[in-house]
Design a protein around this ligand. Structure first.
Ligand code: ZN
Length: 234
């Protein structure tokens, strides 16, 4: 077979693998970002669960302070009941005492509800903490795997690029340029097999004369349909 043709076929094999590797390498940062995003999401859910617990605790502390204050107020009012001189004042203070007792009872009830809600919120927060812990470990493991894979692909790629340079250096310049143009415009298939008597790239049938010429693999011939460089693989 013509030396240049042989080189181009080999070169096309190398270029196909390079394109594949380029594609695989390009997807890895995106995969890592998606995994990272899932972790960020899990952390945001945890933050919300923590905030919920804190808010409930804060509300409870306020209610406990209100309860203490109402208790003190109640004692003051009850103490005053014995010092009051007028009926009118007595009735008014008694009304205040009843109001404070009602307030205390409501606050005590609210604090009990708050304690139940806090228990539930703490359980949820603990579950979310566990989820983040697992997600974090999983993320680091998967990221490491992807990065190892990336390094392997990059090593293979740099090896192929050297091979590519060596092989393309052996091909005559104008033919190499034709090959590169075709590789770009014909979706990575610049050199097409014709074993089935038609162009592998565009499936146009070859004339018997062209087919016979190509079968000898002694000259560069291109497809009348798509312009690809043709060869015959016996
Ligand atoms: Zn063709």
């Amino acid at each position: 077979m013509l030396q240049d043709l042989e080189q181009l076929i080999q070169l096309q094999g190398v270029d196909a693998e390079i394109a594949l590797l380029d594609g695989a390498i390009a997807t890895i940062p995106g995969q890592i970002r998606v995994m990272e995003q899932q972790l960020v999401q899990a952390k945001a859910t945890l933050d919300a669960a923590k905030a919920e617990v804190e808010q409930l605790q804060k509300t409870r502390r306020q209610k406990e302070r209100d309860l203490d204050e109402a208790g003190r107020e109640l004692k003051r009012r009850q103490g005053r009941l014995f010092e009051i001189k007028t009926n009118q004042e007595y009735t008014a203070t008694l009304k205040e005492v009843e109001g404070l007792k009602q307030k205390i009872s409501t606050l005590e009830e609210e604090i009990l509800f708050n304690l139940d809600d806090t228990d539930s919120a703490v359980k949820i927060r603990n579950q979310e903490e566990e989820k983040v812990r697992i997600a974090q470990a999983e993320f680091l493991r998967n990221k490491q795997q992807r990065e190892d894979e990336l390094r392997k692909l990059q090593d293979r790629l740099s090896l192929l690029r050297k091979t590519r340079e060596r092989r393309s250096g052996n091909v005559e310049t104008s033919l190499l340029q034709l090959y590169l143009r075709l590789l770009k415009s014909r979706a990575g298939l610049a050199v097409a097999n014709t074993t089935g008597r038609s162009c592998e790239g565009c499936h146009v049938a070859l004339t018997p004369q062209l087919y016979n010429e190509i079968r000898r693999n002694e000259a560069i011939r291109t497809c009348e349909g798509c312009g690809r460089i043709l060869y015959w693989k016996g």
